[in-house]
Design a binder for this molecule. Sequence first.
Ligand code: ZN
Length: 260
Amino acid sequence: MDRTDLALSPPPPALTSASQRARVSTERWASENFYCAACGTGLAAYPPGTKVYDFYSECKEKFQLKSASNSFTRSVLGGEYGTTLDSIMKDKFPSLILLHYDRQRWAVEDLSLVHRACVTTSCITPRAPLSSSARRAGWQGYTIMLQQIPAQGRIEVVARGQVRDKSEVLAQWKQTDSLLKSRPETRGWLADVLRCVERCFSTFTLVNIYAFEAELAAKHPDNHNVRAKVRQQLQVLRDLGFIEFLGSGEYRRVDSRRGR
Ligand SMILES: [Zn+2]
């Protein structure tokens, strides 16, 4: 995939709704041009109407496509809250393809992946259930808070029309994969501590991480020993190769996301 592959094909003339036109064109673009970041092979589309999953690959990774004419910055709307929590806990939630297209040029402008290892209960915020007068009364959606997802798991593929080298995308994906070794119940904590680590200088101390204590406590009100939990997650991050312990309470981030 290079710069010339970013053009979207014209939508079927019969479609008049702007969102449907974008949906059809971006889905087609992804199946013709994009690839699975786990194995590098092409993507195959699920039959129309399949819930939650849009694409799969030879290695059986699953993806959901979100397309928008505005860039994705803060949040993305999701589907039904309860079933999503359930699928996250069962490790069945797909990775996300966030595709921002330019409406004038009818081309892909930005594209990033959110690795499913980083879609945890910590970045999902429930919305108010629909009121009793709504057609789907009681239905509850959710929002994915993008800024709470570790940068490690937000994998840039196209940025302002520039295509990132495929080998870099695959390398970052592979490194993020190792977060899947932690269980889904604790992965929210792991992602949160990784997010804190990413907000520190590359060399940091425990005191630097404890500075986020109030924020972490607010996100995990059931936990009454945040510092112990933080130390435990730092050990997990060390075992997975994301940080190194330098001794005397000092740590260093292992930043192998090339090109950043
Ligand atoms: Zn694959």
